[in-house]
Design a protein around this ligand. Structure first.
Ligand SMILES: NC(=O)c1ccc[n+]([C@@H]2O[C@H](COP(=O)([O-])OP(=O)(O)OC[C@H]3O[C@@H](n4cnc5c(N)ncnc54)[C@H](OP(=O)(O)O)[C@@H]3O)[C@@H](O)[C@H]2O)c1
Length: 252
């Protein structure tokens, strides 16, 4: 049945390095921005996707994808700052005996506060979502990752100690948190090595989303397309690295 919709999806999946049209993917922060585009693109390649967001009832774009892709999309409630929410999600997924080949840990926040205006509330909020939330989510879903699976943390060049970009921009708390997230990646890479799970931080570039703003360089389509191609090329030997959306190494 060459040229059929199934064939087209399977070959699109192969182009992304996905082994078959049955790839299982998990995405957090899936209701908008980069997360939503990951969901859409993975569904288009024939993957079965679990899309997690804080308010499924208000996730109109996910509902539209659900209408289009049916049971290939499962929408779950998740707030990464709540241990109870993470545990509930893990319990439901375990009961459903779900396994994942790719976990996209995407949920994140960026709060603008300049030096002199830093507050405990904003610093803790960003550490809570971007570092602790990502760490606890990955810990909870780790048992559901297939051997040879992949974990992608949505990192940022703003978290690179070596680049130390945009020193004057009021995003110190965000930069601090994304530097912390990079250590989550390194530690997870150690813990999941036995099962040959590849864990990376990946910076998407500057992307036009609510967080990135309208002036950003990249559309979500281009950014996520590039990241999926890079993810497809990842091997276990890449585990523990910090990469750009082109798959090239970003300095820590
Ligand atoms: N855009 C860029 O230029 C850029 C650059 C580098 C890295 N990144 C990273 O890429 C990721 C996605 O960014 P984006 O640009 O798509 O941002 P976005 O449009 O602001 O979307 C952020 C997503 O994270 C979710 N989220 C926030 N707090 C959460 C929580 N406590 N629990 C669960 N989900 C939560 C949001 O859900 P709600 O709708 O419920 O708030 C939303 O779905 C982030 O980790 C970000 O740091 C983005």
């Amino acid at each position: 049945m060459a040229g059929s919709e199934v064939d087209k999806r399977a070959s699109a999946g192969e182009a992304l390095g996905m082994s078959s049209a049955c790839e299982r993917v998990f995405v957090s922060g899936a209701n908008r921005g980069i997360g939503l585009e990951f969901v859409r693109r993975c569904l288009e390649t024939g993957a079965v996707v679990t899309a997690a967001c804080r308010e499924p009832d208000e996730a109109a774009d996910l509902r539209a994808l659900r209408d289009e892709f049916g049971t290939s999309l499962v929408v779950e409630r998740l707030d990464v700052t709540s241990e109870e929410s993470i545990a509930g999600l893990a319990r439901r997924l375990a009961e459903a005996r779900v396994r994942f080949d790719l976990l996209v840990s995407n949920a994140g926040v960026c709060e603008r506060e300049g030096f002199g205006e830093w507050t405990m509330a904003a610093l803790m909020d960003q550490l809570c979502v971007n570092v602790a939330g990502a760490a606890l989510l990955c810990q909870a879903l780790a048992p559901m990752l297939n051997e040879g699976g992949k974990v992608v943390q949505l990192g940022s060049r703003m978290g690179s100690l070596e680049l130390n970009l945009n020193g004057a921009a009021p995003v110190d708390g965000y930069s601090i948190s994304k530097a912390g997230l990079n250590m989550v990646t390194r530690r997870l890479a150690n813990h999941l090595a036995e099962r040959r799970v590849c864990v990376v931080s990946m910076s998407p570039g500057w992307v036009r989303t609510e967080m990135g703003g309208e002036q950003a360089d990249l559309s979500v389509e281009d950014a996520v397309g590039a990241m999926l191609a890079a993810i497809g090329r990842l091997g276990f030997e890449d585990s523990g690295s910090f990469l750009g959306s082109d798959g090239c190494v970003v300095p820590w």
